[in-house]
Write a protein that binds this ligand. Structure first.
Ligand code: 5GP
Length: 186
């Protein structure tokens, strides 16, 4: 059995977070990588849980020191995957989920071994829009940036190993579970 790095991407509001939480809850050898970001915490987010929240200076120092497997700047903020976190988990024979954007996923695929990339797609554009605005945590300007980003992400989804449609949470979860199991034994 191989330990995997599972990159999960998809447009904002598609339900990636819910799927990932469910997957990691049921398998103690599957963990979510905690990324670093310079965006401020949303209501209810805690440093070290959803992200490590860094200042721009701290993040840029991390870039110089090679702390990130990959990083990207979008929505005006840096986001990056911590090398120490991922390598520490792999050393414990755990598979690691990276909930990162399309640029990051494709960069990780090039740099690391045993990587699979999974794109979570909404059942329809309307479903995505209502989930995105229903979250209520973003300004109109931020929502507009996220919508523009969605177009770009769709174009890149062709380069992913798997596309899972989140039409029904239980069904999508089953599909993800099965593909991870299969990939572990390859
Ligand atoms: P949010 O601000 O909604 O938490 O995340 C915005 C975007 O940043 C999402 O597409 C998310 O997948 C991506 N993201 C989160 N962490 C990382 C990371 O470490 N690296 C990259 N490249 N993207 C990330």
């Amino acid at each position: 059995m191989r330990d995997l790095l599972i990159c999960i991407s998809g447009p904002s509001g598609v339900g990636k977070g819910t799927l990932v939480k469910a997957l990691t809850r049921e398998d103690e050898n599957l963990v979510l990588s905690v990324s670093c970001t310079t965006r401020p915490p949303r209501k209810g987010e805690t440093n070290g849980v959803e992200y490590f929240f860094l200042s721009r200076e701290e993040f840029e120092r991390g870039i110089e020191e090679g702390d990130f497997i990959e990083y990207d700047e979008h929505f005006g903020n840096y986001y990056g995957t911590l090398r120490s976190y991922v390598e520490g988990q792999l050393a414990l024979h755990r598979s690691v989920i990276l909930e990162i954007d399309v640029v990051g996923s494709l960069a990780v695929k090039k740099k690391m071994d045993n990587v699979i990339t999974v794109f979570i797609a909404p059942p329809s554009a309307e479903a995505l829009e209502s989930r995105l605005t229903g979250r209520g945590s973003e300004s109109e300007e931020q929502l507009a940036m996220r919508r523009a980003r969605t177009e770009y992400e769709y174009a890149k989804s062709k380069e992913y190993d798997y596309i899972v449609v989140n039409d029904d949470l239980g069904r999508a979860l089953g599909e993800l579970r099965a593909l991870i199991q299969k990939e572990k034994t390859i």
